[in-house]
Design a protein around this ligand. Structure first.
Ligand code: B12
Length: 211
């Protein structure tokens, strides 16, 4: 089995050690980090989602798969981020209130950082007022909101309202994403942009700030 297959299988089985070892080995053999991410790790999480929908996986399986994915990502991270770049701007990022999914959000952080921005990662379960406060305190140009549950998406709208109430809606661009989120939803709630993946998020932030 090649390293990519080992990583894919390792995430599905929640075998953290196998994922770490294969990731390290593949990188040392010269495989690009982006390739391991896009051809092994992300497809593995998609498969986990499919198995969950098919009632073959339950929350514990999803959790250990996520843990294995995170262990692999931690090894990829330094490769994905280009260092010693002067930040092009500040981006406050987080997963919205009630939502604990952070793998996609963490990938967005890596790619946006890699594109040269400073990322202030507020973590998961972040309420509208906390986003507004962090944006104000850090003088951020962009706020990135992640949601993986249809039930937590309305908190994105709530966050935009909180920015309006704080009087800073005009000072920050709001970008949104996450599996159930669409461009249509972004238009509906008055967000400034939507991207379907982490690479797209980085491009979007650059576009919005004109860099
Ligand atoms: C792993 C996982 C979990 C893990 C999360 C671990 C963690 N630390 O993140 C755990 C086990 C905790 C979990 C829990 C739950 N989960 Co869950 N989970 C998943 C799973 C399998 C994968 C998500 C993932 O990591 N994908 C991989 C990443 C790389 O992709 P991504 O998140 O979409 O992010 C990419 C893009 O969307 C985009 N993006 C993401 N954020 C942002 C932000 C911005 C600004 C931009 C521009 C782009 C962007 O870029 C990312 C990278 O390319 C999905 C299935 C799926 N197909 O999505 C279900 C899923 C999201 N979960 C689901 C459910 C139902 C739950 C639970 C309610 C289950 C339960 N009964 O308890 C709980 C809810 C907990 C909570 N309050 O949040 C459902 C949601 C259904 C819905 N439509 O609402 C899904 C779709 C599974 C399913 N098919 O039913 N889950």
């Amino acid at each position: 089995m090649g390293h990519k297959e080992t990583i894919f299988e390792g995430i599905l089985k929640g075998n953290m050690q196998a994922v770490q070892d294969a990731t390290t080995a593949a990188l040392s053999e010269g495989t690009a980090a982006g390739q391991l991410l896009n051809e092994a790790m992300i497809p593995a999480m998609a498969e986990v989602g499919r198995l969950f929908e098919a009632n073959e996986y339950y929350v514990p399986e999803m959790l250990i798969a996520a843990r294995a994915m995170k262990a692999g990502l931690a090894i990829l991270r330094p490769e994905l981020v280009k260092e010693d770049v002067k930040p092009l701007g500040k981006v406050v990022l987080g997963t919205v209130k009630g939502d604990l999914h952070d793998i996609g959000k963490n990938l967005v952080a890596i790619m946006v950082e890699g594109a040269g921005f400073e990322v202030i990662d507020l973590g998961v379960d972040v309420g509208p007022a906390d986003f507004a406060k962090a944006a104000q305190e850090n003088e951020a140009q962009v706020i990135g909101l992640s949601a993986l549950l249809t039930t937590t998406m309305p908190s994105m709208k709530g966050t935009i309202e909180a920015l309006q109430e704080a009087g800073i809606r005009g000072d920050v661009k709001v970008v949104i994403g996450g599996a159930p989120v669409t461009q249509k939803y972004a238009d509906e709630i008055g967000a400034d942009g939507y991207a379907r993946d982490a690479a797209g998020a980085a491009t979007l932030v650059k576009q919005l700030l004109g860099v």
